[in-house]
Design a protein around this ligand. Structure first.
Ligand code: PSU
Ligand code: MN
Length: 314
């Protein structure tokens, strides 16, 4: 999946509105990295959310690619946000958390919405951006056998040809079931320089890495072969959080148990589950989970940009 070049023609789709920076980059065939916005509206508190979003964009630029943060504002899918849009999004209340199911509704009704991994993949593909960086993907929730709560992110990875760079699935989930399902759905899962898949706040989930690759160039080569084979769908790259920022797995396991019990007591369900659990982890770790989340998304942005550069280089 090389990034679709826009050379010689305007990028996009009538329902997408590109920032000048992203538009110019895509027209010139330069490397670009899509970034999601649910992490801004539902994943982190203000002002750390906006500061992080800006730092992540700077990380992408530092590696030679152009960042495209994606959100729905005033009836258009925004591919690249202005400073004012980013500031507004970081503090607005009532912004919808959009996935495949509700993306069209928000656009049609002119409602503001932030894009999850699933919706950001859809938007990135419409815009012709092949690489996307996030913190952690959604997945199979614990006790999904009772709740059927499985993130739409997994199905999106199966069908939309975008490469998602993450730090694994969020450790609030049932990680073995999540990776089992990705295998069932035919999604390649690459561990970047690791024999065990990372677990978001921790570096090691104890789950064996299906495909280990150690350089962005190797990932780019695999993506090209995948495209030549016409296999379709997305690819997941799992990049362990830098060691100095990880929270050890046993501590995380204990705190996740507490957060899940609290969610149960509070009766949280559906789209509110993941934001509630992330917020509770922030409280239970006295902010350390946020520092780790910031470090891992910044590291993912750097790797995604290096991959985007490799893909354009060809
Ligand atoms: N990564 C983070 N924080 C987040 C998310 C990812 O570091 O808040 C968001 C992503 O947008 C992801 C969503 O798609 O959480 C998963 O939500 P759900 O489990 O409801 O599908
Ligand atoms: Mn869910």
């Amino acid at each position: 999946m090389t990034s679709k070049s826009h050379q010689g023609r305007l990028p996009g789709h009538p329902l997408c509105a590109f920032s000048p920076e992203v538009s110019a980059a895509l027209e010139a065939g330069q490397p670009a990295v899509a970034l999601e916005s649910t992490i801004i509206t539902h994943g982190m508190p203000w002002p750390a959310n906006v500061e992080t979003a800006r730092a992540v964009e700077a990380d992408v630029r530092a590696e030679g690619a152009v960042p495209a943060t994606i959100a729905v504002i005033e009836g258009r899918i925004r591919i690249g946000l202005s400073d004012a849009q980013m500031d507004w999004l970081g503090q607005a209340s009532g912004v919808l958390k959009l996935s495949r199911a509700d993306l069209a509704h928000a656009v049609a009704a002119g409602l503001p919405g932030s894009t999850t991994v699933a919706a950001t993949m859809i938007a990135a593909h419409l815009a012709g951006i092949a690489v996307f960086a996030t913190g952690g993907i959604g997945g199979v929730h614990r006790h999904a056998e009772n709740t059927f709560d499985v993130s739409a992110d997994l199905h999106e990875l199966a069908r939309t040809p975008v490469t998602v760079v993450c730090a694994g699935a969020k450790a609030i989930l049932d990680l073995p079931k999540t990776f089992e399902m990705l295998e069932t759905l035919g999604v390649p899962v690459i561990g970047y320089g690791c024999d065990h898949l990372p677990a978001f706040w921790s570096r090691d989930s104890a789950i064996a890495t299906p495909i280990r690759l150690d350089h962005p160039g190797q990932i780019a080569a695999m993506l090209r072969t995948r495209q030549e084979l016409g296999l379709g769908g997305g690819t997941l790259v799992c990049n362990p959080v830098p060691a100095e920022h990880e929270i050890a797995a046993p501590e995380i396991a204990r705190l996740v148990g507490q957060a899940l019990a609290d969610a149960d007591t509070a009766g949280v369900s559906a789209k509110a589950v993941t934001p509630y659990l992330l917020g509770r982890m922030l409280e239970l770790t006295s902010g350390r989970s946020l520092a780790t989340n910031i470090a891992l998304i910044r590291s993912n942005a750097r790797l995604a940009a290096r991959l985007a550069v490799e893909l354009v280089r060809g």
